[in-house]
Design a protein around this ligand. Structure first.
Ligand SMILES: [Mn+2]
Length: 455
């Protein structure tokens, strides 16, 4: 129900859905010419005229008005003529005090609703400008390298992959490159599931590229001895704090974003690029992994990008990345470990023996599901190291700190609030604890964790 012809004409542009009806109450002295699509509320605002609209169970009313007396008259007419029908008041100027008591009423600003959408469009327009600048800069180059961090992580990998799609290039003229290899098993699982190829290059190899774009990284990360070619690049797209000491023709750096994949999703949306499931899944995984599932350091942009990508991603592909297939011998080790399972002081420890590295974090995830477990630790032997993954319920001591205490002087380790990883060379472990058989490992880790958690 619109108050007067002016608001009715404005609403006329929005129109009515199939199950909606537009009515209009002419104001005094206003031309009674009917705005297109509207019918006049016969008899003016009254409970009788509302009842004549014949509202059915489940119907609701929306009032579009900026006028106190109108809203009061309309709300009371609806309460009487259509008892129980909910009311939405769309107004930008009316105060809470202007609106009468009603048990089922909400108020929203018509202008602010539109404003939010327009602001989002402006953001996308800025992204389109940035993207067009990047495309223009690189269009004439014969070979563009997309350089990732030395141990490429999911955010970097997804962002590089999406940038290549945005540049309409193939891996032959636009490879993903890195000075190091993808090492972490979960990142390898991503690369494999997406069928990507990340080339390891040396500083000399960069000569074959007449274009260089850095994603999720800035040149400073490559150490004090930055190759000259990397100190002056074409494009940098990153969400880490802005650094100095290098040149980039175009730089898009937004530290308030939780992931570079979020920034690139903006480009993808702005360009209207067709989002294939593989691309959506990669970007979603990049955002999830950098923000720890929209937990740590998440901005509203990350959440909005995640929601946008969600409709196109492939849940099956995402599952394959997050839960890589377990090898059968890994399952057998798990079976043996489970036969000794116990939860003591909230700690659930599973010692696997020799396993493929990616089995360990998955077993740690599983271990946290044990009744009474606040901490889950999965340990296994990988090459000549003892590797362990740690998970906790989140409201206890930070996992990263605990692991750092435990590996101190023996190996390396670290992590975040609720997940961490440690690596101790078997040699160092044996020296410290007198052996490295399963039983010794179990006892030593249990003791070390109990101590570190309680300190
Ligand atoms: Mn990142």
């Amino acid at each position: 129900m619109c108050d007067g012809a002016e608001l009715a004409r404005l609403w006329g542009r929005i129109g009515a859905g199939e199950d909606e009806e537009l009515t209009w109450v002419p104001r005094d002295g206003e031309s009674r010419a009917r705005p297109p699509g509207f019918r006049v509320l016969q008899g003016g605002l009254s409970s009788e005229s509302i009842a004549k609209l014949d509202p059915k169970e489940g119907d609701g009313f929306s009032l579009v008005t900026e006028d106190g007396p109108f809203v009061r008259a309309a709300v009371s007419a609806i309460a009487e003529g259509a008892p129980g029908a909910p009311v939405l008041v769309l107004s930008d100027r009316l105060d809470r005090d202007d609106i009468p008591e009603h048990p089922c009423l909400r108020r929203a600003g018509l202008r602010s609703l539109i404003r939010d959408d327009i602001d989002e469009e402006f953001d996308l327009l800025r992204d389109l400008r940035r993207l067009e600048d990047i495309r223009e800069l690189l269009s004439s180059r014969s070979k563009v390298g997309i350089l990732l961090q030395p141990d490429p992580d999911p955010d970097g990998i997804a962002s590089g992959y999406a940038l290549r799609a945005l540049l309409s290039r193939k891996s032959s003229t636009c490879p993903l490159i890195s000075f190091g290899e993808v090492k972490r098993p979960e990142n390898l699982a991503m690369v494999k599931a997406l069928g990507l190829d990340i080339r390891t290059v040396t500083a000399e190899d960069l000569d074959e590229f007449d274009g260089l774009a850095l994603v999720d990284v800035q040149p400073n990360v490559f150490g004090d001895d930055i190759p000259a070619r990397v100190r002056s690049v074409d494009v940098v797209i990153d969400h880490h704090p802005e650094r100095t000491g290098y040149d980039a023709v175009i730089r898009d750096i937004r530290p308030s974003f939780g992931a570079t994949a979020t920034m690139i999703t903006g480009y993808v949306r702005a360009a209207g690029l067709e989002i294939r499931p593989k691309l959506a899944t990669a970007l979603i995984y990049g955002i999830k992994s950098d923000t720890q599932l929209l937990g740590r350091e998440t901005s509203r942009f990350d959440i909005s990008a995640f929601a946008y990508l969600h409709q196109w991603h492939s849940p099956a592909l995402l599952r394959r990345i997050e839960r890589p297939a377990l090898p059968l011998d890994g399952l057998k080790s798990l079976g043996r470990a489970l036969s000794h399972t116990s939860v003591k002081d909230g700690i659930h420890l599973l010692v696997l023996g020799r396993v493929r590295e990616d089995v360990i974090p998955q077993v740690a995830d599983l271990g946290l599901q044990a009744d009474g477990a606040e901490w889950s630790i999965a340990a296994g032997t990988v090459n000549s190291d003892l590797v362990f993954s740690v998970r906790n319920v989140g409201y206890v001591r930070a996992a990263g700190e605990v692991v750092r205490t435990i590996v101190e002087g023996l190996g390396v380790g670290g992590g975040h609030r609720s997940m961490a990883k440690g690596i101790i060379p078997i040699k160092a472990f044996r020296k410290a604890y007198g052996g490295a058989d399963r039983d010794t490992i179990r006892k030593a880790l249990l003791k070390a964790f109990s101590k570190a958690i309680q300190s």
